[in-house]
Design a protein around this ligand. Structure first.
Ligand code: DGL
Length: 266
């Protein structure tokens, strides 16, 4: 029998790999006293290549692992897992589940050229959730949704910057040619390469990403159920990966996180 979470329990955060780390960073900055557990589901990356059913099953198994810990909230730091599986996960969960969807609304509201680009995985780009967001917030702007096959894989392989830049260039150039002034990073992995994307689009284009908004949403939900920690010291952050080669995965996790970290096998 698993114990019930309390305000001292950790917050669970997961992604198919290193993509959720910028979200974890934003959570750590906003809620520094909270304990956190991060799972990079590297063995299953990229989720975008799997069937919806496979991703749902995997996400539910991950949810069970976190609830046995137990965590007091779960952040799905992956757009693809959110659009494919967050409802199923919520239905099985007794703690708040916070997902992440492409930030089309703020980008559409802020655009002055009336053209907004969205970079996402093929599954997210083709999802009903994105179609709904475009319908709801794209009446007065032209929203260019672009699937980026191979980009998550290149980031997980730690491919040379020039290779990643060449991939990005082919998707960004048409958006810029059409006058996009805001580009939504609709996959958390793309936040990892945001400096490179900013270099490619130039300083006049604003990149829109959800990390801080997700952290604030998590804080609101924990506050609403009286589960914010009253721990005074620094929160601990534990890292796990499902990668068969834990050491190699730990190297990439540490580089993206910005410090060497101990990573355990899932
Ligand atoms: N970081 C995930 C996202 O936000 C990548 C999905 C994948 O593994 O394909 O969509």
């Amino acid at each position: 029998m698993s114990t019930l979470p309390n305000s001292s329990s950790p917050i669970g955060v997961f992604d198919s790999g290193v993509g959720g780390l910028p979200i974890l960073q934003a959570i750590h900055t906003l809620l520094p006293h909270e304990h956190k557990v991060y799972l990079a589901d590297t063995a299953y990356a990229p989720y975008g290549d799997k069937s919806a059913q496979d991703v749902q099953q995997r996400v539910l198994a991950i949810g069970q692992w976190f609830s046995a810990m137990p965590v007091k909230a779960l952040v799905v730091a992956c757009n693809t897992a959110t659009v494919l599986a967050v409802e199923a996960l919520r239905a099985h969960s007794t703690v708040p589940v916070i997902g992440v969807e492409p930030a089309i609304k703020p980008a559409a509201l802020a655009s002055t050229t009336g053209v907004v680009g969205v970079l996402a995985t093929a599954r997210t780009a083709a999802s009903a959730s994105v179609a709904k967001l475009v319908d709801a917030h794209g009446q007065h702007v032209h929203v260019l949704v672009q699937a980026c096959p191979g980009l998550v894989d290149a980031i997980e392989r730690d491919a040379p910057q020039a290779h990643i830049a060449a991939l990005l260039h082919t998707w960004l150039q048409p958006m810029l040619a059409q006058g996009a002034d805001h580009i939504v990073l609709g996959c958390t992995h793309y936040i990892v390469v945001r400096d490179l994307i900013q270099q490619l689009v130039g300083p006049k284009v604003t990149l829109v990403q959800p990390s801080e908004a997700v952290a604030r949403q998590l804080m609101r939900q924990l506050a609403a159920i009286g589960q914010l920690s009253n721990h005074a010291g620094a929160g601990e952050v534990a890292f796990y990966t499902s990668a068969p080669d834990v050491r190699a995965a730990a190297g990439l996790i540490g580089r993206v996180w910005g410090a060497e970290v101990e990573v355990l096998g899932f």
